[in-house]
Every structure is written in C-alpha cells, then in structure tokens.
Design a protein around this ligand. Structure first.
Ligand code: NDP
Length: 253
C-alpha cells in the first residue's frame, strides 16, 4: 500500500552511523529515496545495503561537508541521481566535550566547521530545491529538519562550544522557519538528550569516562528513537508543522 513519502527524495547528512543512519532507514521505510552523506564509504555502503534489503532506494555520497564545495556537491548529486529534493535532515555533527582550559582551539574549530558552517552550506544549496519540491509534490510540502541537542538549551561545564553550535542552530532554525513558511517548507528542530551512538568515540579517554559517569544508570535513547521523532515530523499532513521536538531518555534530568 502507499507509503506517506512515496515519490519523495531525502538527503541525510551524517548517515553512516547513529541517528543519521537510523533516520535514513526510517525515511526509506516511509517510501522516500534517500541520499546518504558522510565520509566513511564502507559504512555508507552498509546503510545503503540495509535500505535495499527493506526494498527501498538509497545512494551513498562520500563527502566531507566541511569542504564548502563538497557541501554544495551533495545537494547537486542528489538532484542528479533522484531529480528532486523534498527533505533535508541536517544531522552530521561532532561533540568534543572539554573544559575551555584544557581544550584546544582546533577542537572548537572542528565543531564550528561541521555543526555550523557545513550545515549552513548544505542548507543554502538546498533551499531553492526544497521550495521547488514543495510546490510540485503531491505532499504539497517540503521539510528541513535540523538535529540540535539538549545542549542547545541547557549549558553544562565542558559543553561550552558544543552548546554554542547547538543553541545557535536553534536560533537559525526558528528564523528560517518564519522565512520559509509561505513557501510551504517546514523547518523543524529536534533536540535529543543522551543517545547511544558513536558520538562519544571522538572524546579523549578521560573526558569520555567523565561523560559516561554523568550518564551512569541512565538508559540512553536509541538512534531509532530519534529517527522515529524525525519520521513523525516529516510524515505529518501539510496542515501541521512540528516546529520543535525535545526528546530525552526517560531517566534523564
Ligand atoms: P555519530 O558519531 O554516530 O554520527 C555522526 C555522523 O556525522 C556520522 O555519520 C559521521 O560520519 C558524520 N560526519 C562527521 N564528520 C563529517 C564530515 N566532515 N562530513 C560529513 N559527515 C560527517 O553520532 P550521532 O548519531 O549521535 O550524531 C548525530 C547528530 O546528533 C549530531 O549532530 C549530534 O550532535 C546530535 N546529537 C547526538 C546526541 C547523542 O547523545 N548521541 C544527543 C543530541 C544530539 P563519517 O565519520 O563517516 O563522516
């Protein structure tokens, strides 16, 4: 039977693992053709293979989107492959928790260049195509979903610049939401709490241990839980816009 996203095309950044991979599978299950963007070719192939097994359609686009031309390319490659772009999920992100005293400015730069600059570059390239998709699709709407974090709402020691990127993303999202409203492009932000993914693998051992101690005893969310939230947002009738979705683990304060 018909799926809500039949005929729609989605681009998911950071689709080689965690929330992005789960979201790509979820959107494919709803009927969308999905472009998967990340740097690790083998992992993209694995996710594309999973989607093919579900009977869905996916293409892996290997790209480091912190290179501005590559950020534009992935949008163009999606159009070349699937002909349109209905849904953009800006999910790629990195969290290098550390105190301002002990971190390096290079760690700060890495977070700003992926969580902010790369996201802006992909978004800017995608907007005209989302507008076009909204005016031509049977859904009569297009979707832009930004993956932020509870760290964009609650500041804690060690997350100063990560929180800066995510709270900035919340402001960017709300402004874009208002700008694109009349174009029928819905702009949403999803703010997950603690999710069990590879995100913490980039931390040094001491910082990772401290982060783990803080979440000790909490049953973390699964990537699929966040993918569910994103699936919910993009499958609503065009009358309905879920602007913001804050989703924490049940035990998380
Ligand atoms: P993962 O580390 O599993 O996913 C990050 C994704 O981003 C990977 O697919 C990675 O792929 C991709 N990526 C990293 N650098 C680049 C780059 N330069 N160019 C393209 N892709 C890149 O972690 P999560 O799934 O947890 O993270 C996804 C998002 O969720 C992030 O924005 C994160 O801030 C957010 N989030 C996560 C939470 C959590 O607790 N896990 C909580 C709240 C928000 P590759 O290495 O192959 O390039």
């Amino acid at each position: 039977h018909d799926q809500p996203l039949d005929g729609a095309v989605a681009l998911v950044t950071g689709a080689s693992s965690g929330i992005g991979a789960a979201t790509a599978c979820r959107l494919a299950r709803e009927g969308a053709a999905v472009a998967l963007v990340a740097r690790r070719r083998d992992r993209l192939d694995r996710v594309a293979g999973d989607i093919a097994m579900l009977g869905g359609e996916a293409v892996g686009l290997e790209a480091d989107i912190t290179e501005p031309e590559r950020a534009e390319d992935v949008v163009q490659d999606t159009l070349d492959r699937f002909g349109r772009l209905d849904i953009l999920v800006n999910n790629a992100g990195i969290m290098l928790l550390n105190s301002a005293l002990h971190t390096t400015v290079q760690e700060w730069d890495r977070m700003i260049s992926l969580n902010v600059a790369a996201l802006l570059h992909v978004t800017h390239a995608a907007i005209p195509h989302l507008i076009y998709a909204a005016s031509t699709s049977p859904r009569q709407v297009a979707d832009l979903v930004n993956v932020s974090s509870t760290a964009g709402r609650v500041a804690r020691p060690g997350s100063s610049v990560y929180g800066l990127t995510k709270s900035g993303l919340n402001a960017f999202t709300e402004s874009l939401r208002q700008e694109l409203l009349s174009e029928r492009v819905r702009v949403s932000v999803v703010e997950p709490g603690t999710v069990d993914t590879e995100l913490v693998n980039h931390l040094s051992d001491t910082v990772r241990d401290a982060a783990r101690r803080r979440i000790d005893g909490i049953e973390a969310l699964l990537a699929e839980d966040v993918a569910d939230a994103i699936g919910y947002i993009v499958t609503r009738d065009r009358r309905i816009a879920i602007n913001e979705l804050l989703i924490r683990a049940g035990d998380q304060t």
